[in-house]
Design a protein around this ligand. Structure first.
Ligand code: ADP
Ligand code: MG
Ligand code: MG
Length: 252
C-alpha cells in the first residue's frame, strides 16, 4: 500500500507584504485506505496544507517534506503530482471556459494514465459515476464548473475522484454549502472510492457534520499551523461538544 508522509512541514504564503509563515512544522502519516480528518478553527492553516500538497504557486515550502511512497512531492510539478496519485479538490473549484466536463475528464484521465481510456468503456464509466452522484447527464456537455452551483461543484469534484482513481484525495471543506441530501450523495461517493480503490483521504473540515457520513480513522486538530492534538473518531465528538476554544486559550 501507498504512504503519504508529511514531515516537519513549514509553508509560507506570498502576500503583498512579503512571505508570511503559516505552517510551523506539520507531521502527518497517511497510509492508503485510511481517512484522516484535519479539523481546526478558521485561519489555522488547513487550506494552506491542502494548497502546499497541490503545489499552488503562492505557497512555498520553506522546509520539511511531503513524501508519496518516499518520493519528494514538493519537487514535482502539478501534473506530476496527479500522475503520482494525488487529488486535490480545490476549496473554490475553477471554471474552465470552452472545455466540456466530459472532455476535461478524459484529458485528465489520459494525462494520469499515460494513455487514453477506451472510448466505449469510458463513456459507460462516466455515465454510471454521474448517475451514482445523481448528476444530470447534461453536466457531461457543460463547460467545467461554469455556472455550477456550490453543491454541483462539490459533486463534480467527487465525480473526478471516482473516475480518476487517485491514491490519495485531499478534500478541503467538501461539506461547505451542501444541504443534507447533497452531503449524503457526496459522502457516498467518497465511501465508494474508499471501498473500490482503497482511496486514502485527507478530509479537511471545520465542522464535524461530514464525519457522520465519512468515518475518519484518525482526527488531527490543527491550531496555529501545526497539529495540536491527535486521536481517534472520539476526538471529533469532543470537538463537536466543546469547540476549539480551549486550544485557542492554550495558544494565547
Ligand atoms: P484555514 O483553511 O484553516 O481557515 P488558511 O490556510 O486559509 O486557514 O489560512 C491560514 C492563515 O494564512 C490565515 O491567517 C490567512 O489569513 C493566511 N493566508 C492564507 N492565504 C493567504 C494569502 N493568500 N494572503 C495572505 N494571507 C493568507
Ligand atoms: Mg508537529
Ligand atoms: Mg480553509
Amino acid at each position: 500500500t501507498s504512504l503519504l508522509e508529511i514531515k516537519d512541514l513549514h509553508v509560507s504564503v506570498e502576500t503583498d507584504q512579503g512571505a508570511k509563515p503559516i505552517l510551523n512544522g506539520v507531521d502527518l502519516t497517511i497510509p492508503q485506505g485510511e481517512t484522516h480528518a484535519i479539523m481546526g478553527p478558521n485561519g489555522s492553516g488547513k487550506s494552506t496544507l491542502a494548497y502546499a500538497i497541490a503545489g499552488h504557486p503562492r505557497y512555498e515550502v520553506t522546509s520539511g517534506s511531503i513524501l508519496l511512497d518516499g518520493e519528494e512531492v514538493t519537487e514535482m510539478g502539478v501534473d506530476e503530482r496527479a500522475q503520482a496519485g494525488l487529488f486535490l479538490a480545490m476549496q473554490y473549484p475553477v471554471e474552465i471556459p470552452g472545455v466540456t466536463n466530459a472532455n476535461f475528464l478524459r484529458t485528465a484521465k489520459t494525462a494520469i494514465d499515460g494513455e487514453a481510456p477506451a472510448i466505449r468503456t469510458w463513456m459507460k464509466e462516466v455515465k454510471e459515476a454521474m448517475e451514482n452522484l445523481r448528476m444530470d447527464s447534461s453536466f457531461a456537455e457543460r463547460n467545467v464548473n461554469e455556472g455550477f452551483s456550490g453543491g454541483e461543484k462539490k459533486r463534480n469534484e467527487i465525480l473526478q475522484v471516482e473516475l480518476l482513481k487517485p491514491k490519495f484525495a485531499v478534500l478541503d471543506e467538501t461539506d461547505s454549502g451542501l444541504d443534507v441530501d447533497a452531503l449524503k450523495v457526496v459522502s457516498e461517493g467518497v465511501n465508494r472510492a474508499k471501498e473500490t480503490t482503497g482511496l486514502g483521504v485527507l478530509l479537511i473540515t471545520h465542522y464535524t457534520r461530514i464525519l457522520r457520513y465519512i468515518k475518519p480513522d484518525f482526527v488531527h486538530v490543527f491550531v496555529n499551523g501545526r497539529v495540536a492534538e491527535e486521536g481517534g473518531p472520539e476526538l471529533a465528538d469532543r470537538l463537536e461538544e466543546e469547540g476549539y476554544d480551549r486550544y485557542l486559550v492554550d495558544a494565547a
